[in-house]
Write a protein that binds this ligand. Structure first.
Ligand code: FES
Ligand SMILES: [Fe+2]
Length: 400
């Protein structure tokens, strides 16, 4: 894939190249289109699924459910310190090896007939194995491509990924390595399920146009008289991925709106010298459905897993580096996750309503203005992959 790095002088210029065409509405609910996305994107692109702080020691492992692939997978840090991924499926008759979300141990023992697998997916022992016309080597669990950038664990379900993870992320890989999340040691997490297409859900968090109207109660601090909609300072694009430099409110405490005052954790962080450079306020959106933002004292990430054409699951995390160094730092951290959760409740409600309005099929198109350019960029990259997939299938004569 050609990397596309663009440098412009104003946010408006930075998104002009994306055009202004209306967007077909059916891509947000049509089951046939969703099936194409599933095969063209989610079964063959690199997907973020966790963080290395979940695998603190050799032998640590985590399970992830990937409903869009009907797959449960295990990600394991082996005794040799290598990270591997394989399916949570016994090669005897398919039984899932573990039900727990995470654990630690050198082996995975199937509960059905006690086949025992090593931390690399090899079959190491099986009762009365001589009665099978098999070698143990033939019983290795199929592996899954896995790699780590900035502490974040990515997998690729394509048996032969077309790019390495670093090729896929391009210049963003090194930039993300400098972010706090690369050194995170723990996190707070909450998940949500929503009756909405994954793109509708994700797009809500790619634009600031709605902040002023949807978040009046929680009072998102980016809204200010100098920037009524909290538009970002700049946008950037890199292949299918994108960034925005989050605008910083110069008066986060002076004119708090009713309810939450999001400036509080910023002030506490400033007082303690925890705020870093501008890269700390950079929003990285990684195709297809993951983004992370470096905020002053923690690192926020959000990913959206598709569960069906109009159903999704979101996973939100606030990553922390090290232990709290003071009571106010602890307070600021707890405050941040609570504030994010409250803001998010407002988002979920409006995303649901957006999906409901589209389901009748009465609207043939929807529209993005230029400051919703990141949503347009996602749509264009989805279409490009679906079209490439259709061409590939047609050329191969395959009917899948
Ligand atoms: S299904 Fe796993 S040992 Fe039989
Ligand atoms: Fe929002």
């Amino acid at each position: 894939m050609n990397e596309q790095t663009r440098v412009f002088t104003s946010p408006d210029d930075q998104v002009a190249w994306l055009g202004t065409d209306p967007i077909p509405a059916h891509v947000y609910y049509d089951p046939e289109w969703y099936e194409l996305e599933r095969k063209a994107i989610f079964l063959r692109e690199w997907l973020e699924v966790g963080h290395m702080c979940e695998l603190p020691q050799p032998g640590s492992w985590i399970r992830r459910e990937l409903e869009f692939a009907n797959a449960s997978i295990l990600i394991v840090r082996g005794k040799d310190d290598r990270v591997r991924a394989f399916y949570n499926a016994c090669t005897h008759r398919g039984t899932q090896l573990v039900e727990e979300e995470s654990g630690k141990g050198a082996n995975f023992l199937c509960p059905y007939h006690f086949w025992n697998f090593g931390d690399d997916g090899r079959l190491v022992a099986a009762p009365d194995f001589d009665r099978f016309a098999l070698t143990k080597d033939q019983c290795r669990i199929p592996g899954i491509a896995v790699d780590v950038v900035a502490g974040l664990i990515f997998i690729n379900l394509d048996p032969n990924p077309r790019q390495s993870l670093r090729e896929y992320l391009g210049a963003y890989a090194d930039r993300m390595e400098t972010m706090p999340v690369a050194h995170a040691t723990t996190f707070a997490e909450y998940t949500y399920e929503i009756d909405a297409n994954w793109k509708i859900t994700y797009d809500n968090f790619q634009e600031n146009y709605h902040l002023r109207h949807v978040h009046g109660l929680t009072g998102v601090a980016t809204v200010h008289k100098d920037n009524l909609y909290g538009y970002p300072d700049s946008y950037g694009f890199n292949g299918p991925h994108r960034t925005q430099q989050i605008w910083s409110n110069p008066e986060p405490l002076i004119k708090p709106m009713q309810g939450w005052n999001m400036g509080l954790n910023v002030r506490l962080a400033m007082e303690q010298g925890l705020i870093g450079g501008p890269e700390d306020r950079m929003y990285f959106a990684l195709f297809p459905s993951f983004f992370c933002i470096g905020t002053p004292i923690q690192h926020f990430s959000h990913k959206v897993y598709p569960l069906g054409p109009t159903k999704s699951r979101g996973v939100i995390r606030v990553y922390w580096c090290g232990q709290d160094r003071s009571a106010s730092e602890r307070y600021a951290r707890e405050y941040a996750i609570c504030a994010i959760h409250d803001i998010h409740v407002e988002d979920v409600n409006i995303i649901n309503r957006a999906q409901k309005g589209l389901l009748s099929g009465a609207l043939k198109h929807i529209h993005f203005m230029n400051m919703e350019g990141l949503c347009r960029h996602l749509y264009q990259n989805v279409v490009a992959r679906v079209e490439a997939y259709k061409t590939e299938i047609a050329a191969s004569g395959d009917v899948k």
